[in-house]
Design a binder for this molecule. Sequence first.
Ligand code: 5GP
Ligand code: MG
Ligand code: MG
Length: 194
Amino acid sequence: MAQNQASPLPYDFIGQILITQEQIEQRVAELGAQITADYRDSDRLLLLGLLRGSVVFLTDLMRKINRPMTMDFMLVSSYRGAESSGFVRIDADHKINIHNWDVILVDDIIDTGYTIHTVRKLLLERQPRSLKICALLDKKARHKVDIHIDYLGFEIPDYFVVGYGLDIDEKGRNLPYIAAVDLEKYRALYGSGT
Ligand code: 5GP
Ligand code: MG
Ligand code: MG
């Protein structure tokens, strides 16, 4: 029987689409071209992604980098107490010895900045040749520490977003765009969230 086939959304808590698939594609290509140019003299480029949110971004980005390079990952958990001090735990460390590598630390989104700030400090102790920060998204207004982002996809307002690798309780990572979560709907359907 004929049904409404207007491609239904795969999740029922998706709010406004903030960044389209086309916008992401274009920006990722620009970042790749910029990195290609900036690292033209390097033969030891390492994209170091934070699992799991950065995977989609990192794997798209690396195919726009026309230089020899490799990738590695770390798994970290961030905890936020009531007071504004971030604590970051390393659940799984990277495999490659980054000493003398040109490292680009890649994350999906920077919120308070604690995660990137802490991981960056740790990586610097391991003496890479250089260390830069790359993030798909930045909620700049929410930073609690001073963070310099060398390669940024998009600055966004303070919404909780999913898609293109980002999740809410592990849901939503497969969306090809960035969408705000309708938190009221989410809580009604699943309880607390975020
Ligand atoms: P930060 O340490 O900068 O406060 O936190 C960064 C991490 O918090 C991100 O890597 C991401 O895992 C999570 N996060 C912050 N804001 C959002 C958001 O809007 N959506 C999702 N899915 N994760 C977020
Ligand atoms: Mg993360
Ligand atoms: Mg998450």
